[in-house]
Design a protein around this ligand. Structure first.
Ligand code: TRP
Length: 475
């Protein structure tokens, strides 16, 4: 791997880093033009990203081709490498960074060893699906992947695949951030016309939180209604509670046991940070989140086939589970799942952390009224604007740290309109209050529509979605 050691950047000056980066950028371009071997291109891109991270650490600036580092930027950080003390924290239980812009996602790609969703991949998804890429792809919200090219190669040769995503039902209250993977998964399902399995990890929440089994299971069923309200087709979608499905599917449990046999305590300690005093339920849980990545866990859908490739859209904090899954897959004779990773949905207070369902003021809930939405955005959405109107008009705001602007990048469909807002905000033509008003007017109808859809989901429908059964696909 390119990131193990010795790329010769240790102690390099910002100017040297800049030159190295420029050369590496050219190398990537020429490899792509020459249609070089994919592995070689990927390795060159990984090194390019790593150099960008080093560059940012040394200069506190983003690398821009054709703009060498400025003197002041270089001095501001004493030329120290930023790779040391202040790493962002990203794991299934914590997300934290010191930067108001949010987690440094390029750095995460390097650290996790995944690949960037670049323009080439976005173009390819458009070509294969024959449709305009979803705004989450156009705007770098699903920013990282593993093996997407392989999935598309196979799909072009008429080899189908299936989607797997999930949710940990820790409460009744879901917020808009929780919808991101489901909105995107729905789009993928429509695009490719493939089966979807949704895992509700009520067992996980019981093991990690101070909740009863009954509560966790009840939350799973309640959350299923919000998921169904995203518009999934009952003929193509299976939603399951672990507490129910584990006990009813011998094939699923057999896969769990296979995985358990091939992962050691040392490995999960390394991946998840478990300690000797964690209960054994936690230690063995990753096998349960891994099992739906294998088609043989769902014989009713795949007719016993174990070679249907799985694609998992999820937030990047779930990647540790799937690094483990990809590691064991070949050892138990299965295909590695492919992944598409999203960035986090920032808390109203700022992108230093993600939204939390346990802090009412950090989130817009799916149950909020139009008035609550308005008040929360106006009162709590962190602003990148200036303190006074005069100052704002003169100097402009900073959309990169402005939470209202960030939310609009998630939910406003029109690229041109969004870009105009960005420019007007940065120039000072658009005031914070006006920006917030646009966000409020985007969120209110969206949440109201969701509430309508959810109200129309009947108990009978939930039961149907959650019953193990064949879907309308022939495998
Ligand atoms: N562990 C996830 C959570 O707490 C739930 C989950 C299970 C999941 N399987 C998944 C999320 C697959 C994404 C993809 O939210």
């Amino acid at each position: 791997m390119a990131d193990c050691q010795g790329d010769g950047v240790e102690g390099a000056t910002p100017m040297e880093l800049y030159e190295k980066l420029t050369a590496q950028g050219e190398k990537v371009r020429s490899l792509k033009t020459a249609k070089a071997d994919k592995a070689e291109v990927d390795a060159a891109i990984q090194l390019l990203l790593k150099l960008k991270v080093d560059y940012k650490g040394a200069t506190s600036q983003d690398y821009k081709a054709g703009c060498p580092p400025s003197e002041s930027a270089v001095l501001s950080n004493n030329g120290q490498s930023g790779n040391g003390a202040e790493e962002d924290t990203v794991d299934p239980w914590n997300v934290a960074t010191n930067s108001a812009k949010g987690v440094d996602y390029d750095k995460l790609i390097v650290r996790f060893g995944s690949s960037k969703v670049d323009q080439e991949l976005v173009d390819r998804i458009e070509k294969v699906s024959g449709q305009k890429a979803h705004r989450f792809l156009r705007r770098g919200i699903f920013f990282s992947h593993r093996d997407m090219h392989q999935v598309l190669d196979a799909y072009e040769k008429q080899k189908s695949f299936y989607l797997y995503t999930g949710r940990g039902p820790s409460s009744q209250a879901m917020h808009v951030g929780h919808l991101i993977p489901f909105i995107f998964t729905k789009w993928l399902q429509d695009m490719f016309d493939i089966p979807l399995v949704v895992q509700l990890t009520d067992d996980e929440k019981y093991l990690w939180k101070d909740l009863t089994l009954e509560d966790c299971h009840r939350f799973a069923v309640e959350n299923a209604k919000d998921i169904i309200a995203c518009g999934f087709d009952v003929n193509k979608t299976f939603i399951f509670s672990d507490l129910d499905y584990m006990g009813s599917s011998p094939e699923f449990y057999r896969n769990v046991v296979k995985i358990q046999k091939h992962v050691t305590f040392n490995q999960v300690k390394g991946i998840f940070g478990f300690s000797d005093s964690d209960c054994i339920g936690k230690i063995s849980f990753p096998a349960i989140q891994a099992a739906p990545s294998f088609s043989s866990s769902f014989p009713q859908i795949f007719k016993g086939r174990k070679d249907v490739q799985c694609l998992i859209p999820c937030a990047i904090d779930q990647d540790p589970y799937f690094r483990m899954t990809r590691d064991v897959a070949p050892r138990i004779g299965y295909l590695k799942p492919a992944l598409l990773h999203s960035t986090f949905f920032p808390a109203l207070q700022g992108a230093q952390t993600k939204m939390s369902a346990s802090d009412a003021n950090s989130s817009i809930f799916l149950t909020d009224t139009p008035k609550q939405i308005k008040n929360k955005v106006n009162k709590h959405a962190f602003s990148g604007g200036k303190d006074t109107i005069e100052e704002h008009r003169e100097l402009g705001g900073n959309p990169d740290i402005d939470v209202s602007f960030m939310y609009l990048t998630f939910f406003m469909e029109d690229d041109e309109q969004l870009e105009k807002i960005r420019q007007d905000y940065a120039s000072g033509a658009l005031l914070t209050g006006e920006l917030k008003k646009m966000l409020i007017e985007t969120l209110q109808p969206m949440i109201t529509a969701h509430q309508e859809n959810r109200k129309n989901v009947t108990d009978e429908q939930v039961k149907q979605f959650m019953t193990p059964r064949p879907l309308k696909f022939n495998f």
